[in-house]
Write a protein that binds this ligand. Structure first.
Ligand SMILES: NC(=O)C1=CN([C@@H]2O[C@H](COP(=O)(O)OP(=O)(O)OC[C@H]3O[C@@H](n4cnc5c(N)ncnc54)[C@H](OP(=O)(O)O)[C@@H]3O)[C@@H](O)[C@H]2O)C=CC1
Ligand SMILES: O=C(O)[C@@H]1CCC=N1
Length: 264
């Protein structure tokens, strides 16, 4: 089984790093291409994977081909690899916004196609990937994809109409969480804590809180109430966050993300 990557950027790196860490595939099973030799050299050095001379070569040698370039480059990449995509190959797109109908039209023929929305925590085995498939995909192909994506976190099948929402709440959301961690750490630094320690506290608080939601099944609102001692310190912070429109800002940010995805 050969896994090909077209595009070796941030997301491909997270997926490759995750798959190798979990021993789901070996370095010899991964081949890829990027736009520049600099990126390909870095990937060979960092992950020990092979790189090919062209996208066509990557596509020709792959049983499973992951399209990991930005959505805007899909037409030129598909044009290049079209002839190599036979009925038996499984093509996985991780691009935001590009529907399976649109991608298949670009190929100008039926393709065994899966659309995924992963996220960068894949790199540390805590990714979350939304998966949907087209009608050419067999049950065993979908299961294989869920296993592959599940090797570096969770993999969840969803209908394609929810892909834009998954992009916002999962694909993009790590960026918003990192901003939250950075802001909390900045405040701790302002209160005198060394920066490294501030990141450690802030990150662990986010990790622990997320685990509580996932593992206890208790509503996040109730978990919040459990932290707010009457007349205490936390509720003062909650008041300020409400005053500054934190929830509304987060909702609007994710809605903007969904809208952009629809336009891609
Ligand atoms: N980043 C994320 O968190 C997520 C990204 N995605 C999706 O993943 C895809 C890639 O995003 P991301 O990794 O962030 O982007 P990056 O810009 O980090 O990486 C894009 C990669 O594509 C390569 N590339 C560009 N043009 C070509 C080409 N013609 N042929 C071969 N390779 C090419 C670039 O090469 P070079 O390095 O040489 O320039 C680079 O390695 C996007 O479609 C995005 O929607 C989905 C979920 C999450
Ligand atoms: O910013 C982007 O377009 C990609 C899609 C999801 C996360 N990153």
């Amino acid at each position: 089984m050969q896994i090909g990557f077209i595009g070796l950027g941030n997301m491909a790196k997270a997926i490759i790093g995750g798959m190798l860490k979990q021993n789901i595939v070996t370095q010899e099973q991964i081949v890829g291409t990027a736009k520049t030799e600099t990126t390909m050299e870095k990937m060979r050095k960092e992950f020990g994977i092979r790189t090919a001379g062209s996208n066509k070569e990557t596509a020709a040698g792959a049983d499973v081909l992951i399209l990991a370039v930005k959505p805007i480059f899909f037409p030129e990449v598909i044009e290049e690899i079209r002839d190599e995509i036979t009925e038996d190959k499984l093509v996985i797109s991780i691009a935001a916004g590009k529907t399976m109908e649109w991608i298949e039209k670009e190929f100008k023929k039926p393709v065994k196609l899966i659309r995924c929305m992963p996220n960068t925590p894949a790199l540390v085995g805590e990714g979350c990937t939304a998966v949907c498939v087209n009608s050419s995909v067999k049950c065993e192909d979908e299961e294989f994809c869920l296993k592959l994506m599940g090797s570096f976190g969770k993999a969840i099948s969803i209908p394609e109409r929810l892909m834009d929402a998954a992009g916002a709440v999962s694909g993009s959301s790590p960026a918003y969480v990192f901003m939250f961690i950075e802001a909390m750490a900045d405040a701790a630094v302002a209160a005198g804590m060394p920066r490294k320690q501030a990141y450690e506290f802030a990150s662990q608080a986010v990790l622990g809180s997320a685990k509580m939601v996932l593992e206890t099944g208790i509503h996040p609102g109730e978990l919040k109430d459990m932290v707010c001692s009457p007349g205490g310190t936390t509720i003062e912070g909650v008041r300020v966050l409400e005053e500054k429109g934190m929830r509304s800002a987060v909702m609007e940010a994710l809605s903007a993300c969904v809208e952009k995805s629809k336009k891609l």
